[in-house]
Write a protein that binds this ligand. Structure first.
Ligand code: DLL
Length: 435
């Protein structure tokens, strides 16, 4: 399989050279963060360490973690390592509770970011000949602007459609002959539903590639999107605190997302003990930025659960691959003592005809017992079906979920599009036990 590479030098660097580069960049980042960010200086001082103590990559584990809470405490600009006059862009995270976290970029940061996005777009098969329709919401969310600048860096044409307005998206797709679709995977399903409802044959569209990210999605959801939109659906990962999209993306071999290790150092930790786990272990991803000027993040706890694969990839890139995330360490539900990841439920739903992969898990406590209710968006046919048929359908779904999770659940069928989305991302879990 031929695969184009955007930045051969950094994406295919021999590991020893890469590690040397990482160490140099890490040391420079630590010096700057220590000097310019009070939060980091205080944390280092508390642990009686100075940047000079970090002389090897293995010393990284001596450094304190940074959490979303640190960013909230230092809202809005307290974590910036440069004066505000050097900032040329501000974004914030899509948090739906508490204060958002604010992130800033210098001119150089924007250049670095655009190149990182161009990398994963190229590895997904996008070239300067493409017409890229961006269906992420333009605004504080990093998704749209990240992909927008990446597209321009490659030299492809951007259609800055923004999110929502699904019929217009489809019309533009038809008229402007978009070849690449950029959105969340759940919005890709919404688009596929509408295309079907409008009686449009996906073969008549020019779409080739989908660049999907911003939320977890399963392999079965990928298969569904690929067959319904007749495209190559690819995954890319990122978070606003680290840079936005552009942290990692898939190559044509789709065996994990290559993390741009020349810009970010990944670690996997046990979310309970916070110990660094050996290569291959499943745990929480922790990222340290080593190229960012405005907003360096040291050992940022992403809360995303995944594992890292260091074996060589056939595409020629030497960069480590992260597996599809299995959920978040703070999303992992413990129901009656059983660990439940939303992705497990999604796998079941996608395989059932009439269910959409749009669902929400409501967890509550009745007396001392945990109860889990799964709200599922279903097709209109099923939603308006006669009671008896609906009841039978509901029971069969409950049974299937029970058998996979090993815990009893109650299923509620809800109308299409009734589950709230934020920045196009479906809100998967509401845990009332916390409140
Ligand atoms: O979602 C950045 C982004 C935009 C990435 C567009 C890719 C495409 P936040 O809003 O800060 O930033 O949310 C970050 O979303 O910690 C993950 O839990 C989740 N996430 C992002 N991409 C993926 C993915 C953007 N491909 C949070 N698979 C992260 C699974 C993802 N989860």
């Amino acid at each position: 399989m031929q695969t184009a590479i955007w930045d051969q030098q950094h994406e295919c660097m021999p590991r020893q050279e890469l590690e040397q580069l990482q160490l140099e960049r890490l040391q420079a980042t630590l010096n700057r963060a220590y000097k310019n960010v009070t939060c980091y200086r205080n944390k280092f001082n508390e642990q009686r360490i100075v940047p000079e103590d970090i002389t090897a990559l293995t010393d990284l584990s001596k450094l304190p973690f940074t959490t979303k809470e640190d960013l909230r405490i230092n809202y809005p600009y307290g974590m910036f390592a440069v004066p505000l006059r050097e900032i040329v862009r501000i974004h914030s995270s899509s948090g739906t509770t508490g204060k958002p976290t604010v992130v800033g970029y210098t001119k150089n940061d924007l250049k670095t970011w655009s190149n990182l996005v161009a990398r994963f777009m190229t590895s997904a098969g996008v070239t300067h000949d493409d017409v890229v329709q961006i269906a992420f919401g333009y605004g504080m969310f990093t998704g749209a602007f990240g992909l927008h600048y990446g597209t321009e860096t490659i030299g492809a044409a951007v259609i800055p459609m923004s999110g929502g307005n699904t019929e217009k998206q489809i019309l533009i797709m038809q008229d402007y002959k978009s070849t690449v679709l950029v959105c969340t995977p759940s919005y890709a399903i919404t688009i596929a539903d509408r295309i079907e409802k409008l009686g449009i044959d996906p073969k008549t569209l020019s779409l080739k590639v989908g660049l999907f990210g911003g939320e977890p999605w399963s392999e079965s959801m990928r298969r569904e999107i690929e067959s319904r939109l007749m495209i190559n659906a690819t995954d890319n990962y990122g978070l606003s605190e680290i840079v936005g999209p552009g942290v990692a993306g898939e190559c044509p071999f789709k065996c994990g997302m290559h993390i741009s290790e020349d810009a970010f150092i990944p670690e996997i930790i046990d979310p309970e003990t916070c110990r660094v786990l050996p290569p291959g272990s499943v745990g929480e991803l922790v990222l340290t930025t080593i190229c960012k000027e405005a907003f360096p993040m040291l050992r940022y706890r992403t809360r995303d659960i995944t594992s890292l694969e260091y074996s060589t990839c056939e595409c020629g890139r030497t960069l480590v691959r992260m597996k599809k995330t299995m959920g978040r360490s703070d999303d992992m539900l413990i129901i009656k003592g059983v660990n439940v990841f939303p992705s497990q439920i999604e796998e079941v739903l996608v395989a059932i005809e009439g269910c959409k992969p749009h669902y929400q898990l409501l967890v509550d406590r009745k007396g001392s017992l945990d109860v889990l209710e799964v709200c599922i968006e279903v097709t209109e046919n099923i939603f308006f079906d006669e009671m008896k048929k609906q009841r039978a359908f509901l029971e069969s779904v409950e049974k299937k979920i029970d058998s996979v999770l090993g815990v009893g659940v109650t299923v509620k069928l809800v109308e299409p599009n009734s589950i709230p989305r934020h920045d196009g991302k479906a809100e998967r879990v509401i845990d009332k036990r916390k409140f």
